[in-house]
Design a binder for this molecule. Structure first.
Ligand SMILES: [Zn+2]
Length: 470
């Protein structure tokens, strides 16, 4: 077993079993009938889809106003924070009754969507069409379905007069898809909250939630620059310090480099949980990851499936090369950008040191823009929020395993996690097919899946925030 895993195993094996008494205690906050609530939920999603918040330009103020008006009808004050022009986020807070116990609980989503190419869709992407048991439209899967469900959760809490042990904050954020989120709103305690947001993957299969992949960590984005310098001149007089040649040598060594394998405990658990669905060979390799041949097994897994490979080590991919401007002139400079994704907790400085050793080219400078973010580890799995998700899943999605997910992509969750936030990604359920449509054409979400998500999210929220009966 790789030594890094040993101390974490007790955490990985801990399973939350919902207590009967608590389950019954929370059931009293359920609405008398879910059918009208589901109808409202669908209406919220359709209304949000009809507000075109394609980014650019965004215009998220349309969604922020809708949310504020809806909450206002329930007697909940929402505040709209305008960053610039029509870019605006909404924050609403339900206060704890009596002294708050601990950090607030924060439900977050973003209201912007990526643009849609209307001509490629079979329906109007901004009509919120209901067809074949789905709501169709841009943002239904990413991530207005989540906004609608979070809004509904806040409304339900208020209607049921749930006695809250901590503040509940609903944060509908502008400008997520551009990668430069407006995050200066929500109160000074926002960073210390328990957070739920997007970033994970919940699988919808055969009319039920089949698996919940809760995002607990992500790889870190890092652009590294390689710059080669040499003597410029006429190409008829070649010199040894030709920067294009030096850069090519550096990139050749980089492309041959195999970053060391690391079996992150989150990845191991994720692979083990999904092993049953794989081939016999894959199952054996995953089992071997905990034994003495773990490194070899990891390499073989990577050969079989690059997506798994990306979770087993840091990566470095050259993406841009620039140099020269005329066929008969040796330039003074050539450069490349290498986009890297680091495993959780990795120190960028030490990683770049390693790259310099790999490149080993004296005329090539390897640099990066240091960002102020400290290394961000995976979220712990033994938190009250994690337990709440597991217990709520046992109630609202029985039989669906909750597995931790390390995503190979990166989001702004990192900066919040670096500031002490405990944040998990719990996404609306999508079938494998519908997950592929997010950001693509004919995006949609199953209405049943959205309803199941609301019940799950409401249960998680109650477990985190409802005072126990005394
Ligand atoms: Zn999104």
């Amino acid at each position: 077993m790789p030594p890094v895993l040993a101390p974490l195993f007790p955490l990985l094996l801990a399973l939350a079993v919902p207590s009967r008494a608590r389950t019954d205690d929370l059931a009293r906050f359920d609405p008398p009938s879910w059918a009208p609530v589901f109808a409202e939920l669908k209406g919220h999603l359709q209304a949000l889809v009809r507000l075109d918040t394609s980014n650019p330009p965004g215009d998220e103020i349309l969604a922020a106003r809708y949310l504020r008006e809806t909450l206002g009808r329930e007697g909940i004050a929402g505040e709209v924070f305008v960053s610039t022009g029509t870019r605006a986020s909404l924050v609403a807070r339900l206060k704890a009754q009596g002294p708050a116990r601990g950090r607030p609980f924060l439900l977050m989503c973003h209201t912007d969507v990526v643009p849609a190419e209307r001509a490629r869709w079979s329906v109007d992407p901004f009509a919120g069409t209901e067809k074949d048991g789905f709501i169709w439209g841009r943002g239904t899967a990413d991530i207005k379905g989540m906004c609608a469900a979070e809004l509904m959760v806040v409304e339900l809490l208020k209607r049921a007069r749930v006695p809250l042990s901590r503040d509940v904050i609903f944060f509908a954020q502008a400008d997520e898809e551009s990668g430069t989120p407006d995050s200066g709103v929500g109160g000074s305690d926002r960073h210390l909250a328990w957070f739920l947001r997007e970033g994970g993957h919940t699988l919808w299969r055969s009319g039920a939630i089949a698996a919940i992949h809760l995002q607990v960590a992500e790889k870190r984005y890092l652009d590294v620059k390689l710059v080669a310098r040499g003597t410029p001149g006429h190409s008829s007089l070649p010199r040894a310090d030709n920067p294009v040649h030096a850069l090519a040598r550096a990139l050749a060594r980089l492309s041959a480099w195999r970053p060391p394998v690391e079996i992150h405990p989150v990845v191991l658990r994720f692979l083990q949980d999904g092993a049953a669905q794989g081939t016999q060979e894959r199952r054996e390799l995953i089992a071997a990851l905990s034994g003495p041949g773990w490194e070899e097994a990891a390499r073989r897994l990577e050969e079989l499936d690059p997506e798994t490979g990306a979770l087993l080590h840091d990566t470095a991919a050259a993406t841009i090369v620039r140099g020269g401007y005329k066929a008969n002139v040796v330039p003074s400079r050539a450069e490349a950008v290498v986009n890297c994704r680091l495993m959780p907790g990795r120190d960028p400085e030490r990683f770049v040191e390693e790259l310099r050793r790999v490149v080993a080219e004296p005329g090539v400078e390897v640099s990066y823009e240091p960002d102020p973010l400290p290394p961000v580890a995976a979220m712990p799995l033994d938190t009250p929020l994690h337990q709440a998700v597991e217990a709520a899943a046992a109630e609202a999605a029985p039989g669906a395993p909750v597995s931790p997910l390390l995503s190979a992509w990166s989001t702004d969750s990192q900066s919040l996690r670096a500031r002490g936030t405990i944040m998990y990604g719990l996404d609306p359920p999508l079938s494998a097919e519908d997950a592929g449509r997010a950001h693509g054409d004919d995006e949609r979400i199953s209405i049943d899946a959205l309803n199941a998500y609301l019940r799950l999210l409401y249960r998680v929220t109650l477990r985190m925030t409802a005072r126990e009966r005394t």
